[in-house]
Ligand binder design. Structure first.
Ligand code: SAH
Length: 552
C-alpha cells in the first residue's frame, strides 16, 4: 500500500482558523511531523498518532523523514504554521521527492492543504492593509543571500507594493530589520503606516500600529509579521486601510474619491492606465502615429524625463571616465498622479477675465488637463497632478476665486451691471465666504441677482435671492433641469439686508443636516414641507410683483 504525504498549513494558530480539510487530514494521519510548538497547538486534534517533533530542528531532515515514512506506507501529516507553501514545508517536501525521482503516477501520494498565511491573518487584525498589490519578503538570510533580499526590498519599496516582512528578527538576526527600514524609507514617506503583529490568533497576540520612521522602537521578534503600507495606505481609528485603487481625484476641500460608480471606469478618470486616459480613438491614432514615426515616438513613450536625464548624466560622467548608476543612487520617489478638479471664476460679481488670468489658466492646465466653461459661470478644471497646492497657489495669485466641485454649495451671482448695482454685492460676498464650497447632500446653486430684472435667472436656481428696492426676495426649491423644470417658490419678500445672510445660512444648515444623501434641494423642500418657517405650497399663488423695467 502506498503511503501519503499530507502537507498541512494549520493557519495562524487558533483552532477556529484551521480549515476543515486540514483538521480531517490531521485526524486521518498515522503520524504527525512538525515543530514541537506547532504540535502542541494542534494537540486537541490528535488521537493515537505517532508524533515526531522533538529533536527535529533541521527542516531538511524532517522532510526526508516524512518522505521515508510515506514510502513505508504511512499517512504522514507534515505540519507548518500558516500556509505550508509560504516559507513552510511544502517546497522542501517536493525537493526531497524530486531528488528521488518521484512522479505523481509512480510515487507516494502528496496533498498540500492550504492554510491562512501570516500575511492574511495579521492583515485581518490590522484592518485592511493588503487590499492592493502586495508581496511577502522573508528577512531570514540563513538560506538566501542578504544581497538578494536587499534587492527585493528595494524593488518592492520602489514599486509601491504593500510589503509583509516574515522572519523579521530573531535572537541572532537583529540587523536585518533595521536595514530593511533604511531601504524602505528611501522610497516611502516616514509616516507610512506600519503594523506589527506578534502571535496572531494565539494567546500572546500583540498588535502595534506605528509608521516606517518609528517601527524599530517596538518589540519585533520571531513571531512578528511586519506589514508596511503603500503610498496610499492610511490610518483610521487605529486601523491600517489601503484603498482598493489609487485615489482618482482630489478637489479643493477633500481628498476623498469623488467618482460616482458609473464614472469609475471611464478612460479619462484613469490617466495612469495603459491607455493613458485617452479615449480609444485617440489612443489608436497615437499608436498609428508611433508606427509611422517609430524611432522617436517609442522612445518618448517608454522613458520618463527622469530616465532620460539620468541617462544623460551617465553619458557626461562616462566621458569623464566616471561610472555611476544614477538609477540606483537617486531615490525615485514617484508619487502617483491624481486628477485635481476645481472650479475657478474671476469673482463673485466680477465676470471679466484678465489676459494674465487666461495665461495662468493655460499654464496650470497644460497639455494634460482640461478646462470647461460651465453653466454656472465657472471654468471647471481637471488637471492630473501630484501637487494640487502649487496649482491653487498660482491661480489664487492672479485673483481667481476657487471653488471645489461636486456636491457642494455654489454661488451664482449676476454681474451687478458691472458694479453699478453694487449695494448688494457685500451680502453676496459674505454668503460666498461663509458657505462657498460647503459639502451638501447634493450640489446646490444659490442664484443671487442684484435687481428685479433677475436677468441671471436667480429664480431658476435651487435657492434664489433677488435684491429689489434695498431689500431681498427669496425663492426656494426650483427644479433646475429636466422637462418639468420650474422656478423656485417665492417664499418671502422684502427681507431686511442685515437678515438675509443669516436666513440663507440657516436654510443651508437645515438642508445639510436633514437632507438625504443625493436628495436635491427641491425634493427636500417638498418632503419636509417647511424650512426655517418657509412653507412649501403645492399650488403657488400668483404673486403680485411690481413691474420693474430695470431693477430697482
Ligand atoms: N508558513 C508560515 C510562515 C512561516 S515563516 C505562514 O504562511 O504564515 C515564520 C514567520 O511567519 C514568522 O517569523 C512570522 O513572521 C510569521 N508568522 C507565522 N505565524 C505567525 C503568527 N501567528 N503571527 C504573526 N506572525 C506569524
Amino acid at each position: 500500500m502506498k503511503g501519503k504525504l499530507l502537507v498541512i498549513g494549520f493557519g495562524p494558530g487558533s483552532f477556529e482558523h484551521i480549515t476543515k480539510r486540514a483538521q480531517e487530514a490531521i485526524e486521518e494521519s498515522d503520524c504527525v511531523i512538525g515543530y514541537k510548538t506547532y504540535v502542541e497547538l494542534i494537540q486537541d486534534l490528535l488521537k493515537n498518532q505517532e508524533i515526531i517533533s522533538t529533536g527535529m530542528s533541521e527542516e531538511v531532515s524532517r522532510a526526508q523523514a516524512a518522505v521515508q515514512l510515506a514510502e513505508e506506507g504511512k499517512k504522514v501529516a507534515v505540519i507548518s504554521s500558516g500556509d505550508a507553501g509560504v516559507y513552510g514545508m511544502a517546497g522542501l517536501i517536493y525537493e526531497v521527492l524530486v531528488e528521488k525521482g518521484w512522479t505523481e503516477e509512480t510515487g507516494v501520494g502528496v496533498e498540500v492543504i492550504p492554510g491562512i498565511s501570516a500575511i492574511n491573518s495579521c492583515a485581518s487584525l490590522l484592518g485592511a492593509p493588503v487590499m492592493h498589490d502586495a508581496c511577502s519578503i522573508s528577512l531570514s538570510d540563513h538560506l538566501t543571500p542578504w544581497e538578494l533580499i536587499e534587492r527585493r526590498i528595494d524593488a518592492a519599496a520602489q514599486a509601491d507594493f504593500v510589503i509583509a516582512l516574515y522572519n523579521p528578527k530573531s535572537g541572532r538576526r537583529t540587523r536585518q530589520i533595521a536595514e530593511a527600514q533604511r531601504i524602505i524609507i528611501q522610497y516611502r514617506s516616514p509616516e507610512t503606516p506600519v503594523g506589527l503583529v506578534k502571535s496572531a490568533y494565539r494567546d500572546r497576540q500583540h498588535i502595534v500600529i506605528t509608521n516606517v520612521r518609528d517601527m524599530l522602537d517596538y518589540d519585533i521578534g520571531m513571531l512578528t509579521t511586519v506589514i508596511i503600507g503603500n503610498s496610499s495606505t492610511f490610518l483610521y481609528d487605529n486601523k491600517l486601510i489601503t484603498p482598493r485603487g489609487y485615489q482618482r481625484k482630489y478637489t479643493l476641500n477633500t481628498a476623498e474619491q469623488r467618482l460616482k460608480p458609473h464614472e469609475r471606469l471611464r478612460h479619462e478618470n484613469e490617466p495612469w492606465a495603459i491607455h493613458q486616459g485617452k479615449t480609444e480613438t485617440i489612443q489608436k491614432e497615437k499608436e498609428m502615429d508611433s508606427h509611422q514615426d517609430k524611432g522617436v515616438q517609442t522612445r518618448k513613450e517608454q522613458e520618463s524625463p527622469v530616465d532620460l536625464a539620468m541617462e544623460a548624466l551617465q553619458r557626461v560622467d562616462a566621458q569623464k571616465g566616471i561610472e555611476t548608476d544614477y538609477k540606483t543612487v537617486a531615490p525615485v520617489n514617484n508619487p502617483v498622479e491624481s486628477i485635481f478638479e476645481l472650479a475657478v471664476s474671476p469673482g463673485v460679481a466680477n465676470k471679466k477675465f484678465t489676459p494674465k488670468q487666461m495665461m495662468v489658466l493655460a499654464e496650470v492646465v497644460g497639455e494634460k488637463g482640461t478646462m470647461e466653461y460651465t453653466t454656472d459661470h465657472y471654468i471647471y478644471l481637471q488637471v492630473p497632478t501630484t501637487k494640487p497646492d502649487e496649482i491653487t497657489e498660482k491661480l489664487a495669485e492672479v485673483g481667481f476665486m476657487l471653488s471645489p466641485v461636486g456636491d457642494v454649495f455654489k454661488l451664482k451671482a449676476c454681474d451687478f451691471c458691472d458694479g453699478e448695482k453694487k449695494d448688494s454685492i457685500p451680502h453676496a460676498e459674505e454668503i460666498q465666504r461663509k458657505l462657498g464650497g460647503m459639502e451638501l447632500p447634493k450640489e446646490l446653486n444659490l442664484g443671487f441677482n442684484g435687481c428685479g430684472m433677475a436677468c441671471f435667472g436667480a429664480v431658476n436656481e435651487d435657492i434664489g435671492i433677488v435684491f429689489r428696492k434695498g431689500k431681498f426676495d427669496l425663492f426656494l426649491g426650483a427644479k433646475t433641469v429636466g422637462r418639468t423644470a420650474h422656478p423656485g417658490q417665492p417664499v418671502a419678500e422684502g427681507i431686511e439686508p442685515d437678515k438675509i445672510v443669516g436666513i440663507v445660512e440657516d436654510i443651508i444648515n437645515e438642508y445639510k443636516d436633514k437632507g438625504h444623501p443625493n436628495e436635491r434641494f427641491y425634493k427636500f423642500f417638498k418632503r419636509v414641507q417647511e424650512i426655517q418657517g418657509f412653507r412649501y405650497r403645492d399650488v403657488v399663488p400668483k404673486i403680485e410683483v411690481e413691474p420693474a423695467p430695470c431693477g430697482d
